[in-house]
Design a protein around this ligand. Structure first.
Ligand code: NAD
Length: 450
């Protein structure tokens, strides 16, 4: 018997021939997340439900289904379960989900408090910092676990500026990109050996003695970075297909192949291979552009180019309008996505999704911001815009447009949460929930195609 209850008024999303079939009342599993997650979730739900209602006048409605992960999993299952199998199974069965941020312990302590994220060496009855009882042994990231178990191999992050958002650059509107970050391999595969252990020594001996490689210091922790042809090509295939479907001008393969030839360099080579074999009549490579087209891009084609990762950081700052869709390995993509979103105003407003074949989970891209827990204070923009991506994924474009319209109007009216208010002159500070309500008020309405 599942611990979550399936809404009676909803229907399952189907999947046939690589396409979703979406009923008018889709069941969408969600969890609010830890820390400030419940605050941003409440504001987001109000906004998404209002947009759907305004756009479709009751003909369509999301049937939300709460499932459990992180703190709520401890509360509903046992005290050491942060990612129950039935939560994973629910996302697989219902195909489209929305999630808040989750505490992810780092470092060498042994226990973590899921309310305030305190890191502890032993397990007291209550947290010395926030007095909560929700303390659990250190675990590997639930986010990474979800991505791996559901094979959500692409982390997709659109990054663009919304008029009025305070940001650190002069022309933020020039950055309008979508980053496709490989999500399941690279050092995120979790193949690591702790310094000082027998296993680490054995791997060290194998690498140095059997494989003849020099490791600078014998007291090293060791990690393995698998990058496969299968993993690279399916990610780059998704990025190119997206660029073609959305008439984007280019796909840039971002890698560190100058140093790591058989992982990052191979990623680039496999990318060009998939582009040339599977999309031959739809793409032009950068080499072909100059060799065959005199530098003039043929109409209707997507340019495939590649850039070294460190150079890409510079390019996005100095020549942002030369980039559109980016496809990259896991760790590079992690850094690049956060840096890019900072350029247009920060994580509080950066949406994201983890997508596989037939399953997608949309998520806030920032963390749990534990010091603001329960204060109804943080910016719900990231989760709201992830909700916009989700509505677009369902094919509910009219509702998605309404949310964007409401958000833009609210920011332009300078009615914003603390993070933006402190950077704007003459702005009014709103609570998280008030910001959601203001978006609803500012939505207006859209004409919906019959
Ligand atoms: P964080 O993103 O939670 O917060 C860093 C700072 O960014 C906050 O102190 C706050 O000033 C600001 N911030 C974050 N979200 C904001 C919002 N919505 N509105 C306004 N300001 C916001 O990063 P952290 O403190 O490094 O991590 C806290 C916890 O979250 C850790 O356990 C970490 O592992 C986890 N985390 C989870 C995810 C995820 O679930 N996807 C992502 C990143 C971090």
């Amino acid at each position: 018997m599942a611990k979550y209850s399936v809404p009676k008024n909803g229907a399952k999303i189907g999947y046939q021939n690589g396409k979703l079939t979406v009923p008018d009342n889709p069941i969408i599993p969600f969890f609010p997340g830890d820390g400030t997650g419940p605050d941003i979730w409440k504001a987001t739900k109000v906004v998404l439900d209002a947009a759907v209602e305004k756009a479709y006048k009751g003909k369509r409605k999301i049937a939300w289904m709460e499932v459990f992960a992180g703190l709520t999993a401890l509360q509903h299952y046992d005290k050491d379960t942060v990612l129950p199998e039935e939560t994973v199974a629910s996302f697989k069965e219902y195909r489209v989900g929305l999630k808040g941020p989750l505490t992810t312990p780092a470092g060498s302590f042994k226990f973590v408090c899921l309310v305030c994220a305190a890191e502890l060496m032993d397990r007291p009855a209550s947290c010395p910092k926030c007095k909560s009882e929700w303390i659990t042994p250190r675990f590997r990231s639930v986010n990474v676990g979800l991505r791996q178990k559901l094979d959500l191999y692409a982390c997709v992050r659109p990054v663009r500026w919304f008029k009025g958002v305070p940001c650190p650059v002069k022309a933020p509107e020039k950055l309008d990109i979508v980053i496709f970050r490989e999500n399941t391999e690279d050092i995120y595969a979790g193949i690591e050996f702790e310094q000082g252990t027998k296993e680490c020594r054995e791997v060290y001996d194998f690498i140095t003695q059997k494989m003849g490689k020099k490791v600078p210091f014998p007291d090293s922790g060791l990690g393995i970075k698998p990058i496969s042809k299968t993993g690279s090509q399916r990610l780059i295939r998704m990025a190119i297909a997206y660029a073609i479907a959305h008439q984007k001008p280019s796909v840039t393969i971002v890698h560190k192949g100058n140093i790591q030839k058989f992982t990052e360099g191979a990623f680039r080579d496999w990318g060009y291979e998939v582009a040339k074999t599977e999309f031959r009549d739809r793409i032009v490579t950068e080499a072909e552009l100059w060799d065959q087209h005199g530098g003039k891009m043929p109409a209707g084609k997507v340019l495939i180019k590649d850039r070294i990762a460190d150079q890409t950081f510079q390019q996005l700052l100095l020549r942002p309008d030369e980039y559109s869709v980016l496809a990259t390995t896991n760790l590079n993509g992690d850094y690049l996505s956060d840096a890019a979103v900072a350029q247009v105003g920060g994580l509080g407003i950066g949406p994201g999704a983890n997508i596989g074949d037939g399953v997608a989970i949309f998520e806030a891209t920032h963390g749990t911001a534990p010091k603001y827990t329960g204060k109804d204070m943080v910016n719900p923009g990231s989760l709201i815009l992830s909700g916009v991506m989700m509505l677009e994924h369902l094919g509910w474009q009219e509702a998605a447009d309404l949310v964007v319209k409401g958000l833009e109007a609210t920011i332009q009216a300078k009615t914003v949460t603390y993070d933006f208010e402190r950077q704007m002159t003459g702005a009014t500070k709103l609570k998280c929930s008030e910001f959601g309500a203001a978006i609803v008020k500012n939505m207006g309405s859209v004409a919906v195609a019959a």
